[in-house]
Ligand binder design. Structure first.
Ligand code: PLP
Length: 410
């Protein structure tokens, strides 16, 4: 069983005893970003203090070392998601990855008679790129109907699929309600009509085993910073058969073999075709350390720990009078709620005053309020270093809101 207290000793944000508003910090905004263990910070510093160089095959040792580190990190990523290293592209994060799918694939393969299937609960980063593709190609955006709880069911996806469906873009785990979607079943149904699946893995890959071969997705996007890594690094997995059919989105140094005055260009094949310009090398050094850190803990142990803690959090939260929990049965460690008569942002400010960091508002899923029937919610999200005491602190603080918030139970 994973020992979150022991693990916290590896994180400077815990060992430095950070305070917020005079209270010990209780960080419950892990769906937004995660803390970084010391090994990640050290890896980034080591790059700057001892190993600085550009990558891209320079003829000196430092450059060779950077190339090796990038290749090793690509292998670690591939191992994590059961892909081949040649299928893993370094990007700046999930948003960039999904935009590459939009501009390298969808723009060239969809037309006005086609449909892209998404849902009302997608993050802006898995919505707006498709809106843009719709504007540019004339294709239609279609929405999967959510069930009563707000889940995306295979049954409803099958109902929404038609011969016009060319691309299905869904999160494996939603960032507001935290439900896990049956991406494997969806990929099978999509492939039967010749559609591809772009899976937003921002909230799944950091928390559970994601196997791209088993899921049979065509694209998978995720960010390093949501899994103990640095900001500004992400991954786009592209299935090998599709990779060769894509055109680069950004072009320049590092993604070509040669070019001539007549504008003849030979681009590199594989992931490097999408990695024009200097990569976020410090970020990749840090991501390398984060991937090893997570591997050492074991992704299955992370899932088990978080699911147990979530069950505990649900049990405690429903004790709070006047609290509406919007996702009691969800799988992921995301707890989204409101207190009766209290505006979510007021509650977030109150929790801040007590040292508790949660997210309030719409969490970048700005169409979901249409389904939830409330303009804003409070989201507490855990990671494997979150403790029961932190959940207790949240619950006890929520119970005291009545002394402070005028509208409480109004
Ligand atoms: C489901 C989902 N998709 C996409 C993103 C965007 O990730 P990034 O900001 O790292 O590009 C997020 C970030 O919160 C997310 O939760």
């Amino acid at each position: 069983m994973l020992d979150s207290y022991k693990i916290r000793k590896e994180f400077p944000m815990f060992t430095n005893k950070i305070k917020m508003q005079g209270h010990d910090l209780v960080f419950l905004d892990n769906a937004s970003t995660t803390f970084k263990p010391k090994c990640v910070v050290d890896a980034i510093n080591r790059y700057y203090e001892f190993e600085t160089s550009n990558s891209h095959r320079g003829d000196y040792d430092l450059c060779y070392n950077a190339d090796q580190k990038i290749a090793e990190t690509r292998k670690l990523v591939a191992e994590l998601i059961n892909a081949k290293p040649e299928e893993c592209i370094f990007t700046s994060g999930t948003t960039a990855s999904i935009n590459i799918v939009a501009y390298a694939y969808a723009l060239n393969n969809l037309n006005k008679d086609d449909e892209i299937l998404i849902s009302l609960e997608e993050h802006a980063s898995n919505t707006l790129p498709w809106f843009e593709i719709s504007k540019k190609t004339g294709c239609r955006i279609k929405y999967v109907e959510l069930d009563n709880e707000g889940r995306i069911t295979l049954e409803n996806v099958k109902k929404a699929i038609s011969n016009k469906t060319k691309l299905i873009a869904l999160a494996q785990v939603g960032n507001v309600l935290g439900y896990e979607t049956d991406i494997k079943g969806i990929a099978k149904a999509a492939h039967e009509v010749g559609a591809v699946v772009s899976c937003d893995g921002a909230q799944s890959v950091p928390h559970m085993k994601v196997d791209v071969k088993d899921l049979d997705v065509d694209f998978l996007s995720f960010s390093a910073h949501k899994m103990c890594g640095p900001t500004g690094v992400g991954i786009l997995y592209v299935k090998e058969e599709i990779m060769d059919k894509l055109d680069p989105v950004f072009v320049g140094g590092g993604n070509n073999v040669n070019f001539a005055p007549e504008a003849n260009v030979n681009y590199l094949k594989g992931p490097e075709m999408f990695e024009a310009g200097t990569l976020n090398i410090e970020g990749i050094y840090g991501f390398n350390a984060a991937l090893k850190f997570i591997k050492e803990i074991g992704i299955e142990n992370i899932t088990e720990y978080e699911r147990n803690l979530r069950r505990y959090a649900v049990k405690r939260l429903i004790e709070v009078e006047g609290l509406t929990l919007y996702n009691e049965t969800a799988e992921a460690g995301i707890l989204t709620f409101n207190l009766k008569g209290v505006f979510a942002q007021d509650l977030g400010t109150y929790l801040n005053a007590k040292g508790i960091a949660v997210r309030t508002g719409q969490h970048c899923a700005k169409m979901l309020p249409i389904f939830l029937g409330t303009p804003a919610t409070v989201r507490a999200s855990i990671y494997f270093y979150t403790t029961k005491e932190e959940i207790d602190c949240l619950v006890e603080t929520l119970k005291t809101g009545g002394n402070f918030l005028d509208a409480y139970f109004a």
